[in-house]
Design a binder for this molecule. Structure first.
Ligand code: ADP
Ligand code: ZN
Length: 731
């Protein structure tokens, strides 16, 4: 008799999603990793289930017609994922039409992913444990050491102040024992000071009270609170309540490194009860945080998107701060929306899901208005600090007045005034690099990436042209690669150029540039922000990274150099994203006692998005944008699924796209099916990409059709690959 074990493997080259049968002499629990021989390789698989058979290996093989192999090694002693998360991986696979294995991969920290062979070193230290408190020891000196150990439970061996000889005597008498104990690498050890607590304002109190009254019921609450209205404090109070009642809290933020203030707020208040899941931690640190969660040593998990899968038990509250942020949508397999997962887990644990934002997504706000979500408002800043005054600056007028510089006259004066008063400035330009592209003045050609349909961006620091999609890079050419012309012109402006211009325009001002290029190292974000907090910089210049969660009370001016960049992106969410970006970045101004101002440079000062930003008028923005979405039939009035058809051979991609369209039209007669059209970036890393978009309201009919279609095209050896993306964020 043997056990037949179903093992899910990630095929090294193909996204297979079949479980393979292996044999074992003992029962293996679902959720455990095993090593197996697969072809000529040894790979790691994930056990789905296990069945007992009364037959022998040979008998089984006779029936099956093939040879079985035994599992080579059982890796884990207990399942990696509990029952809830195992089921969730199945739901996730169905919801996103992705292979189950990719869902498991997404749920586990890198060190535990079934495909990796690497194991992480668990760190141990030797500690002394008192195993019997009532021994009568031989000498006075021993008695002294024994007493010391009784008073200092589990002291590390290295900290034992008496001699080893003495310790050995105590061990001989079976009074104490030296054991190996796991130690954890704590990435946030240095900032664990306790902070004082504020009494809540009446507005905050009302929300906290109301949510607590339903704390044991699954429901979703949306907190629409303007920037600086004290949402963080609401999260902290609720969390404290929940952990006091012996439950746990899942606190999600868009990106950990961009929201150090939220992490610090939780660390200060809850110290070691908090685990931080963070992609920039070393793999050992991350694994340790994960084990602290599994071992139920923490009460609160703070993390970005993937932390939604944290293996917390007894969850009493799930919070998504800045719920509108696009980073909550995963853009690789499995393409899930974090809010959706949060609601599934909230339902399972019967606890509230809280979404917070100063600029809620239209999807969430409309649910709030319809009563699907409880809608709460914090319309005022703490201490009645006013929201900053916003001025729109028409750059067309500047040009008419022969000002061709990056800065309008008004903005230049304003920055100077701030510098003179010792106040700090935040500037936003949503483009990194130096110049956006290079054009040859002789033939008019623009230098493009050889692998992607985008222009290369000039980076002055190392004098290179770089592709922001595939990181392909070349030396800045001296002559045009097309016509050998010698007049290459740098066009457009990125943060590096602004930095240079700030330094020439404002002598002596220290500029801190904060973008992907300056924050690559491990603590890159924190270092620059700390510098700015210590006032070692006068101006913080950055891409949209500076819009989120920063709270510097000495910042009294925020300048947006070009608001039109995001307004002109061909995406139905362009207005919404622009509103969010501008409102969020404006919110960085005047958060202390001094009032703040904002200037936004644009060629479209009359645009309704900019007018609404100027008036801090979320509701008007919401109403106007909802009107547009209704007319054009876009979310939240319908759901979207985008079908991406990609492959190396352009003709094959083309043909398949047309075939798929025809098939879908036949199967889904009543639905609106758009395309196939070229993706926004048609060729990326030498892969051609076409898209079909379906607008739907009911997914019941849709799922089986899409499943069948993608199974058909994603077969091994096929020249195209089809990806379904529900609620897509990039086109
Ligand atoms: P938000 O997350 O809504 O942008 P924060 O939670 O960061 O706002 O709060 C803004 C500022 O107000 C922070 O400096 C915070 O410490 C302070 N604050 C929050 N709640 C209170 C309160 N009840 N009393 C006094 N200060 C508060
Ligand atoms: Zn490229």
């Amino acid at each position: 008799m043997v056990y037949i074990v179903q093992v899910l493997v990630e095929h090294p080259t193909h996204a297979l999603d079949t479980a393979f049968d292996y044999l074992a002499n003992e029962e293996i629990m679902g959720g455990v990793r095993v090593a197996i021989a697969f072809g000529y390789q040894r790979i790691i698989g994930y056990v789905l289930g296990c069945e007992y058979s009364s037959m022998t290996k040979e008998e089984l093989e006779k029936i099956a017609g093939f040879k079985y192999r035994y599992i080579s090694e059982i890796i884990d002693e207990r399942p990696l994922l509990n029952q809830e998360l195992q089921e969730l991986s199945l739901t996730l696979a169905k919801l996103t039409l992705s292979p189950r294995i990719s869902c498991l991969q997404a749920m586990l920290p890198p060190q535990l992913k079934p495909s990796t062979n690497k194991s992480v070193r668990i760190k141990y230290q030797k500690v002394i444990k008192v195993i019997n408190k009532n021994i009568v020891v031989n000498t006075v000196k021993q008695q002294e050491a024994y007493q010391f150990l009784k008073e200092h439970a589990d002291i590390p061996l290295k900290d034992f102040p008496y001699s080893r000889g003495l310790l050995n005597k105590l061990i001989e008498q079976k009074a104490v024992l030296v054991v190996d104990e796991e130690i954890y690498r704590d990435p946030y050890l240095d900032n664990q000071k306790k902070e004082h607590e504020f009494p809540l304002t009446p507005d905050q109190q009302k929300i906290v009270g109301s949510i607590i009254s339903k704390i044991n019921t699954y429901h979703t609450a949306l907190i629409h609170g303007v920037t600086g209205s004290g949402k963080t404090e609401v999260y902290l109070h609720l969390s404290k309540y929940v952990i006091k009642n012996n439950k746990t809290v899942l606190m999600l933020v868009p990106e950990i490194s961009l929201t150090p203030m939220m992490v610090n707020a939780f660390k200060h208040k809850f110290g070691k009860q908090v685990a931080i899941l963070h992609s920039k931690l070393s793999s050992g640190e991350r694994y340790d945080e994960y084990r602290r969660i599994i071992n139920e040593e923490v009460k609160i998990v703070v993390g970005a998107r993937s932390a939604i899968f944290a293996p917390l038990e007894k969850i009493g509250l799930i919070i998504l701060d800045e719920e509108h942020d696009s980073s909550y949508k995963q853009e690789t397999k499995p393409r899930y929306q974090t809010t959706q997962i949060a609601r599934i887990r909230g339902k399972y644990h019967n606890c509230p899901v809280i979404l917070g934002s100063a600029t809620p997504s239209l999807e969430s706000y409309s649910r709030g208005q319809k009563g699907v979500y409880d809608l709460y408002k914090l319309p005022k800043r703490i201490n009645q600090f006013p929201l900053p005054e916003i001025e729109l600056i028409d750059m067309a007028v500047e040009i008419r007045n022969k000002n061709y510089s990056l800065f309008s006259k008004a903005m230049k004066e304003k920055i100077q005034t701030c510098l003179d008063c010792g106040e700090q400035v935040i500037l936003l330009l949503n483009k990194r690099g130096y110049a956006t592209y290079v054009r040859c003045l002789d033939c008019g050609e623009v230098i493009k990436c050889p692998h992607c349909d985008v222009t290369l961006t000039y980076h002055k620091v190392d004098h290179k042209l770089r592709c922001h999609y595939c990181e392909h890079q070349i030396e800045m050419p001296k002559i045009c690669p097309h016509c050998s012309g010698e007049q290459l012109k740098l066009v457009g402006t990125g943060t590096q150029k602004v930095e240079e211009q700030l330094e020439t325009n404002f002598k002596g001002a220290k500029v801190i540039r904060y973008d992907v290029d300056t924050t690559k190292q491990k603590d890159g974000h924190q270092k620059l922000l700390d510098q700015f907090a210590r006032k070692e910089g006068n101006i913080l210049l950055g891409t949209q990274m500076i819009a989120k969660g920063l709270d510097f009370e000495n910042v009294t001016f925020v300048g947006v150099l070009n608001a039109d960049i995001s307004l002109n992106i061909p995406d139905f969410r362009a207005n919404e994203r622009t509103f969010q970006l501008l409102e969020q970045v404006s919110g960085r101004s005047g958060r202390g006692k001094k009032e703040g101002t904002v200037m936004i440079q644009t060629y479209n000062p009359e645009h309704f998005v900019l007018q609404c930003v100027k008036n801090h008028d979320y509701l008007s923005f919401y109403q106007e944008e909802m009107r547009t979405r209704r007319l054009a039939i876009y979310p939240p009035y319908v759901h979207l699924v985008s079908i991406l058809i990609q492959g190396k051979d352009e003709t094959v991609v083309d043909q398949c796209a047309l075939q798929i369209k025809a098939y879908l039209q036949k199967q889904l007669e009543d639905m609106v099916i758009l395309g196939p059209a070229n993706s926004l970036v048609y060729r990326m890393q030498d892969i051609y990409r076409k898209r079909i978009m379906i607008k739907f309201t009911n997914s019941k009919l849709l799922y089986p059709v899409l499943e069948k279609m993608s199974d058909f095209y994603n077969k091994k050896g096929n020249k195209v690959n089809v990806v379904c993306d529900f609620n897509p964020y990039n086109q």
